[in-house]
Design a protein around this ligand. Sequence first.
Ligand SMILES: [Zn+2]
Length: 306
Amino acid sequence: MFPIIYSDAFLDHDTGHFHPESPQRLEAIVNALKTVSWSDRLQWQKPTNLAQRNPIPYIKNIHMDNYIKGVQRLAEKGGGFIDGDTIVSPESYNVALLAVNAWLDGVDTVLTTQQPAFVLSRPPGHHAVQKTGMGFCLFSNAAIAAHYALQCDGIQRVAIVDWDVHHGNGTQAIVEDNPNIAYCSLHQFPAYPGTGTATETGKYDNVLNIPMEPGSDLNHYQVAFEQQVIPFLERFHGDFLIVSAGYDANQADPLASINLQPRDYGIFTQQLLTVTSRILFGLEGGYDLSALAESVVATIEVCLSQ
Ligand SMILES: [Zn+2]
């Protein structure tokens, strides 16, 4: 069985009409997963609700208190903008808290089963920095999950691989001074948010950025995985791997210019599984609905074929 942590409540983060980071993204993924021939091998799990576990202490490890309260106040007064494209709707604060719980549950699930799991949540998180959200992201789900994993028995070192087409500036900024967390990102460059050059290597050589030129495809990514990503992960000797799984490097994606195909994510997943089976995948970007759904299917299908 493959665990998926998901709630319909994640549809309630309302970004308005025409926003690419829409609830339809999750609907497309869920519909695809319900109709694959192996759908009976998926175990749908609801995240721990906010009454059972308050995620705020975990978020406070990462984000400044006045930012967290600011998001809450903005939601309570009916919503508004954090930046030009980062929206808080009336439900967004609670949805973002529930998303954090889902990522924490994902860590617990992977540690219990010693097998991969997937968190299908929104809003995404990898652009959010300590003091503010940005780029569709409110709270840094991956960094929060990494710090949580470090508190779990037997986990001393956590690696994060970020294959979203955009550099995870927030995740990197939060973890780059921590010798027990490694961060590796493959992303289009130049592109939003402008960070992520290969010269950013972290305080402990714990950061690996692999900028990809527009037009790059599977061949370029495969070389990067074989020659850089996998050796970096093996050198780091992590006990746990988090994948910031954005799928906007697909050729069909409207927000970027990388030419991956959905099945390519299955190849990357296969590669990561040679390093560890303790992998938590968590959704970041991906804005072409069909390509997004097919890519998540390809990722999970490879995990199930192990
Ligand atoms: Zn992205």
